[in-house]
Design a protein around this ligand. Structure first.
Ligand SMILES: Nc1nc2c(ncn2[C@H]2C[C@H](O)[C@@H](COP(=O)(O)O)O2)c(=O)[nH]1
Ligand SMILES: [Mn+2]
Length: 177
């Protein structure tokens, strides 16, 4: 929350609450990939980002700034509270997906004080442009979290292999061990 030493004025509080209510919508955005495969009670986008943040938290790699990885994980899909969860099957051109998400991040962060606006927008941009080792690692966590979730759904349904395409699409050799 905003610094206790500099309490937000009336409008600032209202805007912060608007921001938090928008972000709260992520709890109710189901992950499209599972919806399309008729998974029962599919996880939400916030469920996905939460476990990615935990995965980053338990990472041991002295070459990475772990705190930055946790922050990147928590912000990377934040735009989906406005744009929704666009899956490859939606066939939305990546330029259009980027335009929608960029506009959503501007709309979201506009509700924050300048310093926080800059911090969150730059985190999102770093992940979107994959411009750091941390961002590239978090992208791998994104894929790892998805296939871990796929395996859990297969176990829950006792249907091994039903979600094989989620594994196949991430099969490209990960550049990190
Ligand atoms: N059927 C597939 N769906 C996929 C695949 N890769 C991602 N997805 C889904 C998962 C999410 O619902 C959505 C986007 O995920 P992000 O975390 O990138 O926002 O698309 C896949 O290979 N097959
Ligand atoms: Mn994601």
């Amino acid at each position: 929350m905003a610094s206790a030493s500099v309490p937000l004025a009336g409008r600032g509080v209202r805007d912060l609450l608007r921001f938090l209510r928008l972000v709260g919508q992520l709890k109710r955005v189901p992950r499209t990939g599972w919806v399309y495969r008729n998974v029962e009670r599919p996880e939400s986008v916030s469920d996905h980002m939460y476990r990615m943040a935990v995965m980053a938290l338990v990472t041991k790699d002295e070459h990475l700034n772990k705190d930055r990885c946790v922050r990147l994980a928590l912000v990377h899909d934040m735009a989906e509270c406005i744009v929704g969860d666009i899956a490859p099957a939606d066939n939305i051109p990546k330029e259009e997906k980027h335009r929608r998400e960029e506009e959503a991040m501007k709309q979201l962060t506009r509700l924050l004080p300048e310093d926080l606006r800059k911090e969150l927008y730059e985190l999102w941009e770093e992940y979107e442009t994959q411009s750091s080792a941390e961002a590239r690692f978090v992208k791998q966590l994104d894929q790892c979290e998805m296939i871990l979730q796929a395996s859990e759904y297969e176990d829950l349904e006792n249907k091994p292999g039903r979600l094989q395409d989620f594994y196949d699409s991430t099969a490209a050799p990960l550049p990190r061990p």
